[in-house]
Design a binder for this molecule. Structure first.
Ligand code: SF4
Ligand code: SF4
Length: 197
């Protein structure tokens, strides 16, 4: 597990209602029955890289420690493999809770330092909404321009090489009948608000 500076937490650090809010998201209500057995952390292939283990995140959410959870790298490192969800003895949908936390962090513009993953998620969703599909090279460009534009400048040689060999697509790819996809996404969004970046 990553080393993080542990500090004593006080009641005043809690954001009352945060846990209730997350448990109010569709599929996240079972969190109340967590017994803190740690099976999720033991199952997760990425626990060693996380600052808080999945079990700790579940406890922090329930205890309303909003800032600690949203600023942790755990929610962004979660690879949505669903191992924890499958193994949880209380049928808690941990992966869905991680999604709910990511969405909350994006909404609040709260990200851990040096983690461009939220920017990637935003750009990914924008591209899907506007074109219906992803053009990887443009996605990477947008990511670096927003997260670390110096990296783009320092990688110009590789970029030129990729353009010369035809591996750097600059024309955005798009699907046909894009309006139908937009209508479907709008329906989902109106239903539960879960397709927004
Ligand atoms: S496996 Fe389920 S019950 Fe056990 S700590 Fe994780 S979320 Fe809680
Ligand atoms: S879904 Fe996320 S938290 Fe759960 S085991 Fe996979 S990577 Fe870990």
């Amino acid at each position: 597990m990553m080393k993080v500076k542990r500090t004593i937490k006080y009641d005043a650090d809690r954001v009352q209602g945060f846990g209730k809010e997350i448990m109010g998201v569709t599929g996240c209500d079972q969190l109340t029955s967590c017994i803190q057995c740690g099976t999720c952390s033991g199952t997760c292939p990425l626990t060693i890289y996380m600052d808080f283990s999945p079990r700790q995140v579940m406890a922090l959410v329930r205890a309303d420690f909003k800032n600690e959870v949203l600023r942790s790298n755990t929610i962004w490192l979660c690879a949505s493999c669903y191992s924890c969800t499958v193994e949880c003895p209380r049928q808690i949908r941990i992966t869905d809770i991680m999604y709910a936390l990511k969405q909350r962090a994006i909404k609040d513009h709260v990200y851990p330092r040096n983690m461009p993953i939220p920017i990637l998620a935003q750009e990914f969703a924008k591209m899907i909404l506007s074109k219906g599909r992803i053009t990887e090279t443009l996605l990477v460009m947008r990511l670096f321009l927003r997260a670390n534009w110096r990296a783009v400048l320092s990688s110009w040689r590789q970029g030129l090489g990729l353009i010369r060999t035809g591996r750097f697509v600059l024309r955005p790819e798009r699907i046909e009948r894009q309006a139908e996809l937009a209508a479907m996404l709008a329906t989902v969004n109106n239903g539960n608000g879960r397709n927004q970046p």
